[in-house]
Design a protein around this ligand. Structure first.
Ligand code: IFM
Length: 738
């Protein structure tokens, strides 16, 4: 791929928050929104941390934003020059997404001449606790320059403030901060240090929750003043003494210096791309969009952990409470299984290690087994509120049932586990809790079913499927099919355990014989929907009786554009208009169930009835269209998913609450559409097969896949496919080590 740069060539006040998502960089431990250095909390800058949360009062529990060590602003001849207060002469912001480097270049006119600021920063891929920044100022006159740089502890929060206390310490060219959280008194410690060759006077400045160096220089004409900064972030989640850990890391990294740290970081990115990039000959724009999406997935993968997952909005802030949804297993996992299998394992270990939380949740509703959190935080705590939407008319919280009724989440966990084991051949995960998880999810569905007295069939009633606009429905086809899958897999594992002692041990005390028999009966009796005479599968009982109308008609009934379409009296609730792919998702996940004709009939029925109100929707329509040999119908859905973060345009605000951020599930969905859809990659009888359906103009696709202990390089053209083994690998290692 030739062009790995995305660039904004102007400054637009309206695009500030969208650009912060577009220019995000991260390393799985932290994500840095692409804010300009001078931005304070009103502009939503954030160094968003993974896996650490806090709750204040009745507010939503959300992940923490660390004190911001990139905060920097400048004064020229005693006057501040920064955006958006001062109009620039020129401004560009860019991201080199091959190497995770974010840059800006801004020129201001001052009373005596022009001054240019250039900066670059990165979230180190080589050391997840490290951030590097270079800030350069150049004037075309002898400017009286003061650069103020340090740590801004007055961070942006949606439901904060999360720090009860923020303690600063200044040690010459180093600033340390220890921020203490409200709920669990966790310590979030940040250290930063700068270096410059320019002769300067060093002063300090303390403000409310902010500590700054003042670097005072009289500039030479057209000679840059270069400040290099390293910063380190540790919390009590990482080690006992995060304060000294951050200080030590900063001191060490300053010894090596910015250039060398930058090189280490770049080398890691090169390694990641060596197994992750997807080349598309014949469609440069699509190639760029897709790889930009993959950049986002690679920026938020928890390389540093053994057991951690990815929030639905990645590491772009506190939207959706930094919680993990089914997005990970159903939309992102494919990419990681194929390109970074160690990360895939880490994501699944998170579910295994939060099994106790899921079992607790099931119990709280009176069920057995594991009912996974709809919005999962650490320990499997379900952060989903009973009132997840605000009624725009009354401003009152509306009772929603996402947490109580989206029981398909447990099926997604099992689907992910089985997919991982089948693709990688790594059965060890089953012994390390995976088998127990599958069994427990099956027990949950078993306890959740009800038997119809007259017909004797089993049903899953009062659920919500992927289409969240229709709440509390019976026998959602997707959910029932997934539950059937879980029960079948549980039967398989239970029967294997008769021959496999380790597996039997991993299943613990369970009475395997009893459960095997019971689950078999469940699978036989659980209602599975069949296509009607027109080939269409009814999304849930009674769906076809609902008003059959169009998305535009339903939209025209809104009294307020921010009104919720679902729930008790939502405009879509009594109609066949759905929020996102539902039956279509089922047909993508279980392509073997029905003929291509049935799949295409369903695509054609549901697509005009889908609002695509979720960024998870388009890719499913894209993949299914490919499976039905209609790559041209798939193409716009693919482009929509791939461009979700590049083009933006999604909802950013719900009332006064920020709901923007990045869309990793759409990114993962774009990947699936390319690989499963256009390249038509399937795994059959232990082998990779390709049944390509390339869109118009696509000459060649090249990518790499890990499968069953080997890495393969695959080249797909309309005339044939080459699948070349590159040898064995071990599922271990960091940042592309294999
Ligand atoms: O998981 C999704 C859900 O399907 C639709 N609403 C947003 C969630 C997080 O992306």
């Amino acid at each position: 791929m030739k062009n790995w740069i995305i660039k904004e060539e102007w400054f637009n006040n309206q695009e500030i928050t969208a650009n912060e998502n577009r220019f995000l960089c991260g390393n799985g431990y932290l994500g840095i929104r692409g804010a300009l250095e001078e931005f304070q909390k009103e502009k939503l800058p954030a160094v968003n941390l993974s896996g650490i949360y806090d709750r204040v009062g009745d507010g939503w529990r959300e992940p923490l934003n660390a004190p911001n060590p990139l905060y920097t602003r400048m004064k020229v001849d005693g006057e501040y020059y920064f955006l958006p207060e001062k109009e620039p002469v020129s401004h560009t912001q860019e991201l080199d997404f091959k190497h995770g480097l974010v840059r800006r270049h801004t020129t201001f006119h001052t009373k005596r001449g022009s001054v240019t600021v250039e900066s670059e920063h990165f979230a180190s891929m080589a050391d997840c606790h490290l951030i590097g920044m270079r800030y350069i100022v150049m004037a075309d006159f002898h400017a009286d320059l003061e650069i103020q740089t340090g740590i801004d502890g007055d961070v942006w929060d949606i439901h904060g403030p999360h720090y009860d206390d923020v303690r600063f310490e200044q040690k010459d060219k180093r600033i340390l901060v220890d921020a203490i959280t409200h709920e669990k008194k966790e310590h979030v410690c940040v250290a930063e240090q700068y270096r410059t060759q320019a002769p300067h006077e060093h002063k300090t400045k303390e403000e409310e929750r902010r500590s700054l160096h003042r670097i005072c220089v009289v500039t030479d004409i057209n000679k840059p003043v270069v400040i290099e900064k390293m910063a380190a972030v540790y919390t009590t989640n990482d080690c006992e003494n995060p304060q000294s850990a951050s200080e030590e890391l900063v001191a060490e990294s300053m010894e090596l210096g910015y250039e060398k740290q930058r090189k280490r970081h770049i080398d890691c990115w090169e390694k990641l791309w060596s197994t992750s990039k997807v080349e598309i000959e014949g469609d440069e724009e699509a190639e760029k969009e897709l790889n930009y999406s993959l950049y986002h997935l690679l920026s938020i993968a928890p390389y540093h952990a053994e057991s951690q997952s990815i929030p639905a909005r990645g590491l772009s802030g506190q939207t959706y409470k930094g919680a993990v949804f089914w997005d990970t297993e159903m939309f992102m996992l494919d990419f990681f299984i194929n390109t970074q299998p160690k990360v895939a394992r880490t994501l699944l270990k998170y579910r295994i290690d939060t099994l106790a939380g899921a079992e607790q949740k099931a119990k709280s509703y009176g069920y057995s087994g594991a009912f996974y959190a709809w919005e999962s935080q650490e320990g499997g705590y379900d952060a989903c509120s009973d009132y997840n939407v605000t009624d725009v008319f009354t401003n009152r919280p509306m009772r929603t049932y996402f947490k109580d009724k989206q029981i398909h989440i447990s099926g997604a966990v099992v689907y992910g586990l089985i997919h991982y084991v089948n693709s990688t051949g790594d059965t060890s995960i089953l012994y390390e809790g995976g088998a127990k998880t599958i069994l427990s999810c099956a027990m949950f569905y078993d306890s959740r079913m009800i038997e119809r007295v007259h017909s004797g069939v089993y049903e899953l009633c009062d659920v919500i499927g992927p289409d969240e606009y229709h709440e509390r429905v019976n026998n959602n086809s997707y959910t029932n099919r997934l539950a059937g899958f879980v029960l079948t897999e549980a039967v398989r594992i239970l029967s294997q355990s008769r021959e496999d002692e380790k597996l039997a041990e991993a299943l613990g005390e369970a009475d395997c014989e009893y459960w095997e028999k019971r689950f078999k009966e469940d699978t036989e009796k659980l209602v599975q929907k069949k296509p009607g005479t027109n080939g269409v599968i009814e999304q849930f009982d009674g769906y076809f009786q609902l008003e059959d109308t169009t998305v535009d008609t339903v939209r025209s009934r809104l009294l307020n554009e921010k009104e919720y379409w679902g729930g008790a009296y939502g405009v879509a609730s009594d109609t066949q208009i759905i929020k996102q792919a539902d039956v279509v998702t089922q047909l993508v996940m279980f392509p073997e169930d029905f003929s291509r004709k049935v799949a295409w009939d369903n695509w054609n029925y549901y697509e005009p009835r889908t609002e695509h109100g979720s960024s998870l929707s388009a890719c499913m329509y894209g993949i299914l269209a490919c499976n039905c040999e209609n790559p041209d119908a798939a193409y716009p859905f693919f482009r929509k998913s791939a461009a979700a973060d590049l083009k933006g345009g999604g909802k950013e605000w719900a009332g006064n609450v920020y709901i923007g951020g990045t869309h990793p599930a759409a990114a993962g969905g774009a990947y699936m559409t390319a690989i499963k859809g256009f390249a038509g990659i399937t795994m059959e009888d232990g082998q990779i097969k390709a049944h390509p359906h390339l869109p118009d103009g696509w000459e060649k696709m090249r990518f790499s896949i890990f499968y069953q202990g080997e890495r393969y390089e695959i080249c797909v053209t309309a005339n044939g496919t080459e699948i070349k083994s590159m040898g064995h690998y071990k599922i271990s290692g960091h940042c592309g080590d294999f």
